[in-house]
Design a protein around this ligand. Structure first.
Ligand SMILES: C[S@@+](CC[C@H](N)C(=O)[O-])C[C@H]1O[C@@H](n2cnc3c(N)ncnc32)[C@H](O)[C@@H]1O
Length: 311
């Protein structure tokens, strides 16, 4: 495994996660991670540039990797996986592979499924194009699955760290101090005071919404300058921020085994968490420097990147 670049708080390695797990690094970091946050390669209808596997073979491979990754977690650590939907080739039918993968992880590893989330991206372009924009027989596919696992049933987590601003109606309710208290058909019994306490914000739902259009100008400019393509499947930074706040504290250690443009590492650095990132594709790693405040400094300390950039 090659150390590709290092910052004050983290290191990005060039190589596969399989090689990393076999290397001597693993002994030093077993049981040390507070959070593993990743979006693994996914078998798609059209193969992406990073060469995804397909079907059964993919499922077996991913479950085996996740089983090994779980050993790197602290006892109360968390593993969060973001995974998109896939469609059968040439057909307006969805693949169930992501759901099968979820079931296989739950059955075949020591991980508990703490909670499922949906991440809605309202800015997602309409797709799959053939069924959505050409034949108009499906609506646009605009969410990803986010699965939160842990070896513990009660991993470290605090929803007070991810409160959302109260909506207008809640603000009005708190100001009016009048509420239609009493039992509800759902079985809830709402007390006179329930909604009048200002807890500093609303508890977020497990349906999250992040557009992947936040300012990426510096990253794109850096990629252009070094003649590398921007990563085609970057995560929304807001999603990484949400789980980093929810599940970790400053100084904690975060891993992304399929780092791509290293959104996870760059977010961890910004939020004062230590991090390790693994990525097998060198141009993506070179591009990922552009996610940090001082990419020139990272480049000047990286012999591999300089030789790649000079080619
Ligand atoms: C969905 S992308 C991750 C994107 C990333 N979350 C981001 O925000 O840019 C998956 C990445 O895994 C990398 N990859 C595929 N197989 C790998 C392996 N065996 N070990 C390490 N990285 C791998 C691919 O090159 C790709 O960049």
């Amino acid at each position: 495994m090659d150390e590709y670049y290092s910052t004050e708080l983290g290191t990005a390695y060039r190589g596969t996660i399989e090689a990393f797990l076999k290397s001597s690094h693993t002994d030093r970091i077993r049981g040390k991670f507070d959070l593993i946050f990743t979006s693994p390669p996914f078998p798609l209808v059209l193969k992406k540039k990073y060469g995804n596997q397909t079907g059964e073979e993919y499922l077996k491979w991913l479950v085996a990797v996740i089983s090994q990754l779980s050993k790197l977690l602290q006892k109360d650590g968390s593993l969060v996986i973001e995974i998109g939907n896939a469609w059968l080739k040439g057909s307006p039918v969805m693949s169930t592979l992501s759901l099968e993968t979820l079931l296989a992880i739950s059955k075949e590893t020591n991980l508990h499924l703490c909670q499922q989330f949906i991440c809605h991206n309202p800015a997602r372009l309409p797709g799959p194009a053939q069924w959505v924009t050409i034949e108009r027989i499906r609506v646009k596919d605009s969410f990803t699955h986010v699965w939160w696992f842990s070896p513990s049933k009660r991993p470290k987590a605090c929803n007070r760290k991810v409160l959302q601003p109260y909506g207008k109606s809640m603000q009005r309710l708190m100001a009016a101090k009048r509420y239609n208290a009493g039992p509800r058909p759902s079985g809830h019994n709402i007390s006179e005071e329930s909604f009048f306490v200002d807890n500093g914000g609303a508890i977020p739902p497990n349906v999250l919404q992040f557009s992947n259009t936040s300012s990426k100008a510096a990253y794109t400019k850096w990629c252009k300058k070094h003649d590398v393509s921007p990563h085609p499947a970057r995560m929304a930074q807001g999603l990484v921020e949400f789980f980093t706040s929810f599940l970790t504290d400053e100084g904690d250690l975060v891993l992304d085994p399929f780092a791509g443009s290293n959104t996870t590492g760059a977010t961890a650095e910004k939020m004062q968490r230590r991090w390790i990132a693994i990525e097998s594709n060198e141009p993506y790693l070179l591009g990922s420097m552009g996610q940090f405040d001082d990419p020139e400094c990272l480049l000047s300390n990286c012999a591999h990147a300089q030789s790649h950039a000079a080619e």
